[in-house]
Structures are given as C-alpha cells and as structure tokens.
Write a protein that binds this ligand. Sequence first.
Ligand SMILES: N[C@@H](CCC(=O)N[C@@H](CS)C(=O)NCC(=O)O)C(=O)O
Length: 226
Amino acid sequence: MAEVKLFGSWYSPISKRVEMALKLKGVEYEFIDEDLRNKSPLLFKYNPIHKKVPVLLHNGKPIAESSVIIEYIDETWEGPSILPKDPYERAMARFSRTIEEKCGVAMWKAFSSPGEEGEKAKEEAAQLLKYLEEEIKGKKFFGGENIGLVDISANFIGYWFGIFQEIAGLELLTKEKYPNLGEWIDGFINHSFVKDYLPPKDKITEVYKASAQHASSDTNQRSNFA
Ligand SMILES: N[C@@H](CCC(=O)N[C@@H](CS)C(=O)NCC(=O)O)C(=O)O
C-alpha cells in the first residue's frame, strides 16, 4: 500500500485544504503536526525553499505548495474529481482559486495589520469578496453541485475568517453584505464531509489571538495565517 504522510498544522487552513482533498479521495494518511514556531528538520529537508507546511510525502517523494499538492492528489487517486474535467472550466476554477488566495491574504492583513495597511487590506478584501459573491451566485458550491477545488481552497473564507472577525470585532464579511457567500458558508461548514474536519472554534481562537499579537510586531508573519 502507498505510504502517504502529510506535514501540516492542525490549525492551518492551508494545511486543511490538503487534508480535505485527501479525505475527499478517501486516501489514508499519517498526519505529522508541525510546531510552526519550531519546525522539524524533516520539514526543512522536504520543503527547503519555502520551509512551510503543507508538504505531502508520497512513497518518500515530497511535494510542497497546497495548490500543487491538491492537483497531484486529484491526478493520482480515484474518487470524486476535485478539478473540473473540462479544460475551460478547469482554467476558470484555477483562476477563481487565485482570487480566493488574494482575498484570503487581504482578509488576514485586515485582521492582523494595524492602521493604514489594515484599512487598505479591508478595501482590497471587499473588492475580491464582491467577485466571489458573483461567482457563487446561483450555485450550491463553487464546484457546482459538489465541493471542488475553489471550495476547498476557500476554507479560510468559509470558516477561519468568521472566527477572526469575532476576535477583531470586524464586520467585513457578513450575510447582509454578501448573501450568496453567506449561503455558501452555511452549506460548506455544515457539509457532512467538511464539518467533521474543522478544528474547534475555541482552540482556533486561542491560537490566533496570540498570533495576531505576534504578527503586529513581525511583518514576515502577516501573510501566512501562522
Ligand atoms: N503558498 C503556500 C503557503 C503555505 C503557508 O503559508 N504555510 C504556513 C501555515 S498556514 C506556514 O507554514 N507558516 C510557517 C512559516 O511561515 O514559517 C501553500 O499554499 O502551501
């Protein structure tokens, strides 16, 4: 049997993307929870360029970068497709993922950066959320009837950011401002496949309250949800 290991972090939405992709395909794997403030020598060995989680190890071969890993998983294992089969739709899903990624970074900055930088990030996030609001209109999931690449990738928007908003007292993403996204969020976090794999809200709150303080004094920490 193939040996699959995932170097990740239990509270990282980026690492959760890969876990969701593996679960969607029904792949068994060993999860190695990295301490992101004291990373293991193995993580440095397997991801020497970025030194970040997630890293997937498949039969001893490492793959880094969540988007690259998710596509690898989709191409390697049978099961429900994560990316659309049609080349144009696949291209569009990849494009939406880049918007979602940009939006996630802006939302994280809006949460963790004080002053002008935070205000600019809020404006940028609002514009990108508008794009996603249109994109999800009339659809159950970004992937259509089923969860796909963009849904998995947007888990930060779907779950983590709501918690961040509560911590920071922000009202950037609300059901009133973005009703379609609000519906998607409800459907996403309550989906039987997703809800069992989301880390508990109180635990995330604890980690990120500490992280937000850290981030405000360390600019390198501002774009990676850690
Ligand atoms: N672009 C990367 C981002 C990975 C990333 O930012 N990982 C964070 C956890 S969410 C990390 O390892 N942070 C620790 C660090 O930057 O030192 C991906 O999509 O895999």
